[in-house]
Design a protein around this ligand. Structure first.
Ligand code: ADP
Ligand code: MG
Length: 697
């Protein structure tokens, strides 16, 4: 019998493979580089490149690429083959250390937000040694960062790596101050749950909106929606099962621990969750996962929709970012632990998190937002745009008891314990995983789960923000703990710090129903921001607080932040432009003609039947006639307002105009189309309906 999971990681040049294939000094030097304790010299790089090439060619690779993540949210690659003519004209395979470490893809058409003037448009890629090299489709893929001629980040990977370094430094310092001197560095563990829809490719191909925008721009709800919850955790359709099998096999070969798969709440919606890994790797692997989902679907005659809201009226898709901080000796700093000393450390880290979140709610909201996610946040089964934290009743009790100076709430579980500043925190049970699905940020046992992220987004920036705000929060705590001589004093001071944080930031804690309208009012009363749109949240990127945060931690320069802002604004306009034009195109070329044909059909009966025509025919002809007028008027209005907005040169102002003026017009046009679709005959209206797409797997 085959060994189970024999192929796991076979397409990854991982640590084990490197250990096997590299001479010891070369391997050691690589390890040091990964640990940020040295740089690769030329002969070492050459030796690694040589071993890598041999490995890749044994696996059938013919090309290599510097795989990078431009600020489009996706990934990019340009392939070069290993082949070169040898001295006697015969083909030889060449791959040097230089080719491994540095690339010049040029790639000047990617968005740079003005960071690349044309005379210095070149972009460079550099090997990211912390993320493993892998093979896909005969191409050796080298994860790289993408920077400009002047060294400014043109991607989202560079800042993420820098943010991990900043967090590591801050977290390590606090852990050391709290008494554990063995810890030398910290990293983040991230587990990204991915939701997606699958529909038959035949329907996908017949809908221009799905093909160009990833979501339906119109369409009536099907007679059946998700009210029966019969899809959720149901048996997986055979066709989907075959698809999932192939997805899992592909992921496993790439060393990705695809772990759980299940039907989600909405019809045709599914979820895939891998086992968590270190932050940078998890983000890379999620990019690969999204790509593999799309491509595998195609092979199975399916279309995988990663858009945040492909269908109105049923749940949208998110990406849950499970986040924890771990020490180099494997301790999870969000794990409550069982020893009092660990409890204090745990509470310090949880409090640091509370402070961080309450200080930068809009930045967090921005980090999880996108044009597509605007349709999801606050809609069906998605966290609202208001940032709050759900801790679970037990942890909340412990914190409040601590805050109230050791007297716990009557009747609470925490009340049963003895509370003096240090011994108090003697026990927190491991099973504190009670759930509140409506919270954007929930503590789930030993990690925080950030649930706002849109399904199609790269998880890079949200993690960069989490790292940055945590680093700042921990640095401030570190400053306060510094200089105390005895551990006992440090611990008492730590309890004090926690109390102050709870006092100052408890408004961000909320355990009620985040989907309710009462919460919106309550949040306003508490002074929590509720930024309605992605485009308005973009403003936060260049606020004084954000600039200070990112520049002081050396994650982004001010210039990079402004460039990023421009890129986000321009992307918003571009995506909305594609949606508007697609909608207009569909109305002109498919919908109005269908309406007219159907109108003609009833009119001709009327003509021949005269007064004897059934009332239904008379009524329908008149009804469709009015609908045609409504659709064409709405179309006209959308077109003219869109044209007007095109004259605005400031991309932020244009974005806001689009949000507040174009969105309602698109909604109106959609309502007009949907009214017709609701009564349209399939004879004339050929665009696949929701019931076709959602109930035919
Ligand atoms: P649920 O749907 O209940 O949230 P899942 O099992 O679908 O649970 O997903 C949980 C995700 O959290 C997985 O990706 C898992 O690997 C990840 N995870 C578990 N523990 C940690 C941790 N300590 N740090 C980061 N991620 C974690
Ligand atoms: Mg989850």
């Amino acid at each position: 019998m085959e060994r189970p999971f024999e192929d796991f990681g076979c397409m990854v040049f991982d640590e084990r493979e490197m250990g096997d294939r590299l001479p010891r000094p070369v391997y050691d030097s690589w390890k040091k580089t990964v640990a940020n304790e040295g740089t690769l010299d030329r002969p070492t790089a050459d030796a690694i490149a040589h071993a890598m090439k041999r490995w890749a060619m044994e696996k059938g690779a013919t090309h290599f690429t510097h795989w990078f993540q431009p600020m489009t949210g996706g990934t990019a690659e340009k392939h070069d083959s290993f082949i070169e003519p040898g001295a006697n004209g015969e083909p030889i395979a060449r791959f040097s250390g230089k080719m491994l470490i540095k690339g010049e893809p040029d790639a000047s058409s990617f968005p740079s937000g003005g960071l690349r003037a044309t005379f210095e448009a070149r972009g460079y890629t550099y090997w990211d040694v912390t993320s493993p090299v892998f093979i896909r489709d005969r191409v050796l893929c080298i994860p790289t960062v993408f920077v400009s001629y002047n060294g400014e980040a043109l991607d989202r990977k560079e800042p993420l790596i820098k943010s991990i370094a900043a967090l590591s430094q801050a977290a390590t310092r606090v852990v050391n101050l709290l008494g554990d001197k063995d810890v030398r560095s910290c990293n983040i563990s991230v587990g990204l749950e991915q939701e997606y829809f699958l529909i038959d490719r035949g329907y996908f191909n017949k809908r221009l909106d799905l093909k160009l925008c990833g979501r339906t721009l119109f369409g009536c709800a099907a007679p059946k929606r998700q009210e029966l919850d019969d899809h959720y955790f149901g048996s997986i359709p055979a066709r989907v099962s075959a698809f999932m099998k192939e997805v899992n096999e592909e992921l496993w070969k790439l060393g990705i621990y695809a772990k759980t798969e299940h039907n989600e709440v909405a019809p045709c919606q599914f979820e895939l969750a891998p086992v968590f890994s270190s932050g940078n790797v998890a983000v890379d692997q999620n990019q690969l996962t999204m790509d593999i989902l799309r491509k595998t679907a195609e092979k199975h005659g399916l279309a995988c929709l990663l858009h945040e809201k492909p269908f109105e009226g049923i749940n949208g898709s998110g990406k849950h970012d499970n986040y924890s901080i771990v020490t180099d000796n494997g301790q999870n700093l969000f794990s409550p632990g069982e020893k009092p000393s660990e409890n204090i450390r745990f509470l310090v880290f949880v409090c640091a998190f509370i402070k961080a979140v309450d200080t930068y709610p809009v930045l967090l909201r921005l980090s999880a937002s996108s044009t597509g996610n605007d349709h999801r946040l606050g809609a069906n089964e998605a966290p609202p745009a208001i940032i709050s934290i759900y801790l679970g009743s037990y942890i909340e009790d412990v914190l409040y008891s601590l805050y109230r100076g050791h007297e716990s709430q009557p009747g609470s579980t925490a009340a049963k314990q003895d509370f003096s500043p240090v011994s108090t925190l003697s026990y927190i049970p491991h099973d504190n995983t009670d759930r509140n699905r409506t919270s954007p940020l929930a503590f789930t046992g030993n990690k925080f789960e950030f649930r706002m992220l849109g399904a199609s987004m790269s998880a890079s920036f949200p993690n960069t923000v989490l790292n940055a705000i945590m680093a700042e929060s921990l640095n401030e705590i570190g400053d306060q703990l510094e200089g105390l001589k005895y551990l006992q004093d440090v611990r008492e001071k730590a309890v004090d710090i926690c109390r102050n944080i709870i006092h100052d930031h408890k408004r961000v804690l909320f355990s009620g129903d985040g989907y309710s309208s009462e919460w919106v009012k309550e949040a306003e009363r508490r002074g929590l921001p509720n930024v309605p749109s992605f485009i308005e949240a973009v403003d936060e990127l260049t606020s004084e607080e954000s600039v200070n945060l990112f520049t002081s931690l050396n994650i982004y320069s001010e210039k990079e932040l402004y460039a990023n802002r421009t890129i986000l604004e321009e992307r918003y306009s571009h995506i909305m432009g594609i949606e508007v034009r697609t909608m207009m195109e569909l109305v002109r070329k498919e919908i109005l003609p269908a309406m007219s044909a159907e109108y003609g059909f009833y009119s001709s009966i009327l003509q021949s039947a005269g007064k004897k025509a059934p009332a239904f025919i008379t009524g329908r002809a008149a009804e469709i006639g009015k609908m045609i007028d409504a659709v064409s008027e709405s179309l006209q209005e959308l077109g003219s307002v869109w044209a007007e907005i095109q004259t605005i040169s400031d991309s932020f102002r244009a974005g806001k105009e689009i949000y507040y003026r174009i969105n309602p017009l698109m909604k109106k046009l959609r309502a007009d189309i949907d009214a017709y679709e609701d009564i349209a005959s399939r004879e004339y209206y050929k665009i696949p309906l929701y019931e076709d797409m959602l109930f035919n797997l």
